[in-house]
Design a protein around this ligand. Sequence first.
Ligand SMILES: [Zn+2]
Length: 271
Amino acid sequence: MPELPEVECVRQTLAPRVLGRRVRQVKVGIEKVARPGAEALARGLRGRRALASRRQGKLIILELEGGAFWTIHLGMTGQVIIAERRPPADHIHIGVTFADQGPSLFYRDVRRFGAMGFWPDQAALLDGPLARMGPDALGMDDQVFAGRLAGRKAPIKGVLLDQTVLAGVGNIYADEALHRAGISPLARPAELGAKVLRELNRRLQETLAEALAQGGSSVRNFVDAKGRPGTFQQAHRVYQRAGLPCPACGTAVERIVLAGRSTHFCPRCQK
Ligand SMILES: [Zn+2]
């Protein structure tokens, strides 16, 4: 699943290709990937221009003229493709053409857990995809990070994945940051001191920044809006490396299931 660095790479490569262009037509193939529905998405976007872009967690937010918003959530396998004509690939569910007759935007999603949305104003956006979403993890300062985690008694791996606590971290970056910080995925935030949480945030920020610089991690089918895969998967230390040696100490990386998600860690480095 694309996480914060991958989604940010998509946003950065998408923005220069859509900002300032007026939407001409939107065609939605299946209702499930359109919010609040196919008709509302198509009618809302038609005739509007996106003027700015931002991201919160795994959500791309395009600010439309007139105070409305266009959101893109990639779910597990969503891809944004910019092309002159509809690509031959299957699983393309949304096509957006522009009044300038330039390249169109296509939304492809094999698993269909992602969605594109239209929200007429800020209140609708806050009630919709941003409802209950915590602050973005990227650039979060140590004090805010410690405050979000303080007192929580669930295993820290699950807390990091909880998008209401902080937004954008998924399975890859939770496992990688915990390894770099030397913290067991089973540790409970309530039992960790301020110094340990500060170290975890430092390692999390470092991991996210490195991944972003390398175009994200391409597990499954991730590519950015220019069709380029990332390379950070080559730098993973524990994620999906069960049985392989920990790069720090050589002990075999272990895999357990925690909060319903596979979790990878070094039993020696992470206490
Ligand atoms: Zn180790």
